[in-house]
Design a protein around this ligand. Structure first.
Ligand code: GAF
Length: 387
């Protein structure tokens, strides 16, 4: 996306003045799904697609004038209005501004125009891209850049919780803020320690196939999954008052089996997926260190199976894409992100790539009347000021 494109709209829709331009990416996740809010590990990376915003203080006390370039939609609102704007995209601006204020940033009125090239609803976290882009801008314009990267991550997450109805974990905002070109990151969501993993698999590449089934986490059963996990932890804690069980990260397979009858089969299966996923991320780290991509791929298929059968966040189209990957000898393939639509992420040998993509397009089209979209993964940088 070009700065000039965003700038021309900013000039046209406001008072002709220019502001500062910020950019922030969406993310992929190699493995570690639905583990973030369970205190587990994730393995994301930022992508080269995201959101770009031009922003400028407008000398009002608290009036925000916002323009969503892609939607051609303008919304003005006051930060002091307790209800905030109705448009879902504007709620990200409203929410992050209030969360940054809570962190001590004296946010006043501002103008903002933004656009994105990260596909919406594809599970690549366009929402975290918006939150971290706007947070980065507000921190710069009003806050002297005093808010730390981690606090911006948490402000983005709080925006989802408090203004958008999604009780998400911290993976997406973390990846969008801390992303680094060429590197995946292994994050321990409990301690928040993380390390960069240069990712240049020799002879393989990552490609996303977008089912174009729109994924929307707000009001979706995403929050139900989180509730199931928390319910299992509550039961384990009650059985073991001597210990401290805060998330499924603290629980063992034996303890899960102990509460199986009490929590019911649905919650049991969901927790079972999370415990397995926690182990799979660690196995993938070891495999990457040894250059064993076949092992990485095996774990990805296991994750897909668990997300589909136990966690129940897949859909027919994503399962079909996963089947096509298997038929083509693709090394690893799975649903990526929250689920309920969006993309599969595929680890594929270079020599199989062309045939796989062609076959997926042809078969998917024959069954659903349209081709999946194809995004080659390029791992990019996190939130930053461009000018
Ligand atoms: C969504 C959420 F926003 C993340 O926090 C994470 O839970 C993910 O789904 C599933 O791994 O992207």
């Amino acid at each position: 996306m070009e700065i000039d494109f965003v700038r021309s709209r900013f000039i046209k829709h406001f008072d002709g003045k220019t502001g500062n331009v910020y950019a922030s990416p969406g993310r992929i996740n190699l493995i570690g799904e639905h583990t973030d809010y369970n205190g587990g590990f994730v393995f994301p990376g930022a992508v080269d697609k995201g959101v770009m915003a031009e922003m400028r203080a407008n000398d009002t006390e608290d009036t925000v004038m916002a323009y969503a370039i892609d939607l051609k939609d303008r919304v003005d609102f006051k930060l002091s209005d307790p209800a905030g704007p109705k448009a879902s995209w504007a709620r990200y601006i409203y929410g992050i501004a209030l969360e940054m204020k809570k962190l001590g940033v004296p946010v006043k009125g501002f103008n903002i125009a933004f656009a994105g090239d990260v596909p919406l609803g594809a599970g690549m976290s366009s929402s975290a891209a918006m939150e971290s882009c706007f947070a980065c801008g507000l921190n710069d314009i009003f806050g002297d850049n005093k808010v730390s990267q981690w606090d911006m991550v948490l402000a983005g997450q709080a925006t989802e919780h408090n203004y958008c109805g999604v009780n998400c974990g911290i993976m997406d905002q973390f990846a969008s803020v801390f992303g680094k070109a060429g590197c995946l990151m292994r994050l321990d969501c409990r301690s928040r320690e993380f390390e960069y993993f240069p990712f240049k698999p020799d002879g393989y590449r990552l490609v996303l196939l977008d089912s174009v089934v729109k994924h929307q986490l707000a009001g979706s059963p995403y929050n139900d999954r989180r509730n199931s996990c928390e319910n299992v932890v509550k039961h384990i804690q009650a059985k073991h008052p001597e210990g401290k069980y805060e998330t499924l990260r603290d629980c063992t397979w034996e303890q899960l089996d102990e509460v199986r009858a009490e929590v019911g089969e649905e919650d049991y299966k969901r927790a079972k997926f999370v415990l397995g996923e926690k182990d799979r991320v660690l196995a993938v780290c070891d495999a990457l260190n040894e250059g064993d991509y076949e092992k990485v791929g095996e774990m990805m298929y296991q994750t897909h199976e668990g997300l589909s059968k136990d966690y129940e966040v897949s859909c027919e189209e994503l399962d079909y894409l996963n089947d096509i990957a298997k038929e083509n000898g693709v090394t690893g393939s799975r649903i990526m992100g929250g689920g309920f639509g969006g993309c599969t992420i595929n680890l594929v040998r270079n020599d199989l790539y062309k045939q796989f993509v062609a076959d997926a397009k042809q078969k998917f089209n024959a069954k659903y009347g349209h081709e999946p979209k194809v995004y080659d993964v390029v791992i990019g940088d996190g939130a930053r000021k461009l000018c």
